[in-house]
Design a protein around this ligand. Structure first.
Ligand SMILES: [Zn+2]
Length: 418
């Protein structure tokens, strides 16, 4: 990435104007292939008062490329909706569709295109699924060795819930897929594996994958398409009749799915899922808020893992040999030394290249922690007890990454907050 994204955009605009043919059609092709070349995970076309803003998300950070005149808004939306087989004349309802790899020339990745009616026109967001050949294994996720070890132990289990917690964009789905792949590839024991996903991101050999709507209100009979629209919790209950040993639920979002998932974990199945939360301890509180009984959490959760992705400093970073007080996730911490991003031609001037995962594991098997969960203790107390019992908090792991120059204090603050 030698140029900034805005410079790339200027080039694409210039080239599109010069070429014969429809300007928007040519430009959208350039934006799509450009996004793939720059490893963007998402593209936004956001109409506003000043035009349609085009943005790329790269390594978790949103970059503004520039603006297109608002009068093109309709044509941009229509062009992209055609790719995903959406109804172009319906502009007042949200729609979502998938673009198979190879459907658009020069793009091998699968995409999900969604539209939503906004004040100034349809907002279109494109999400790229990582290419099949970049599928990760536990080893290639990039976690430190002790974490890898724990992940291997988690999938070796025969029952209980293995939960991966984090906010969106924290890489939890990638980790869940790596665990699933590990289970499917295990040569020693063949297990009956079923996954319920929304949407299915990759096909995995040896896994019965079912695309399910996670909307709890979806009703099978209303739409006629029985399984596509069967709600996640009902599908989960149904699949229990199909002799599964391992079940993956893409994400637990509400109470009924949580109940069905924990029930599966309590009845001799290994259950893998992701859950939205800021920390491992916080997710306990969120499950209690959903109405899950503490004794259910205590006896069903086998492994509670929280993760984040931080941008990795490029080798052009510069060392600052100075102590720094830093507040992350409400904790005051001290770093002995740190590195600052600089920017070179390799990192496109951003100072960062790629991302690095960081994690914490809440030891629920520990008696003190288990008692605190049963007593519905506050997140802060559970976290403090866990620390006393030897758990390394995610923020403490981040401090280590800062001191060793793998990420910067600024990036840590961006991802973890104050
Ligand atoms: Zn650099």
């Amino acid at each position: 990435m030698l140029q900034t994204v805005a410079e790339h955009f200027e080039t694409w605009l210039r080239e599109s104007r010069k070429q014969s043919g429809d300007f928007i059609v040519i430009l959208i092709d350039k934006i799509l292939t450009g996004a793939v070349a720059l490893s963007a995970s998402d593209i936004h076309f956001q109409p506003g008062r000043n035009g349609v803003e085009v943005r790329f998300r790269i390594d978790g950070v949103l970059h503004i490329l520039g603006c297109l005149p608002l009068e093109h808004s309709g044509q941009i939306a229509a062009r992209l909706k055609v790719f995903a087989g959406l109804l172009t004349y319906k502009v007042d309802v949200p729609q979502e569709g998938r673009v198979r790899s190879g459907r658009i020339e020069g793009i091998a990745q699968e995409m999900r295109i969604s539209s939503a009616p906004t004040l100034f026109g349809e907002r279109i967001v494109i999400r790229f699924f990582s290419p099949e050949n970049q599928c990760q294994t536990i080893e290639s996720l990039g976690f430190e060795e002790s974490i890898q070890q724990h992940l291997h132990e988690a999938v070796a289990r025969r029952n209980g819930a293995v939960l991966i917690v984090g906010p969106s964009g924290s890489g939890k789905t990638t980790t869940a897929y790596a665990l699933l792949r590990e289970l499917a590839n295990c040569r020693e024991t063949t297990r009956s594996i079923v996954s319920l996903e929304d949407p299915i991101e990759h096909a995995i050999d040896g896994v019965a994958q079912i695309e399910v709507s996670s909307n709890p209100d979806s009703d099978a009979t209303k739409h006629g398409e029985k399984f596509r629209t069967l709600s996640l919790d009902r599908m989960l209950q149904y699949m229990m009749r199909q002799d599964p040993e391992v079940l993956m639920v893409g994400e637990i979002r509400e109470r009924r799915t949580a109940e069905a998932a924990f029930q599966a974990a309590l009845t001799g199945h290994l259950l893998i899922s992701t859950f939205h939360g800021g920390s491992a301890a916080e997710s306990i509180g969120r499950f209690l808020e959903l109405g899950i009984e503490p004794f259910v959490l205590r006896s069903s959760i086998a492994f509670l893992f929280c993760q984040r992705l931080l941008r990795r400093l490029c080798s052009c970073s510069s060392k600052v040999e100075q102590q720094l007080e830093i507040r992350l996730q409400g904790k005051d911490l001290t770093v002995q030394q740190y590195f600052e991003p600089c920017g070179c031609s390799d990192c496109g001037g951003t100072g960062y290249a790629g991302r690095i995962p960081v994690a914490e594991i809440l030891p629920l098997e520990n008696e003190t922690i288990a008692r605190a969960v049963l007593e519905r203790r506050a997140t802060g107390i559970i976290q403090q007890l866990a620390q006393e019992q030897g758990m390394t908090l995610l923020v403490e792991n981040v401090v280590r990454l800062i001191e060793t120059g793998q990420t910067s204090p600024l990036e840590a603050k961006r991802v973890l907050g104050h």
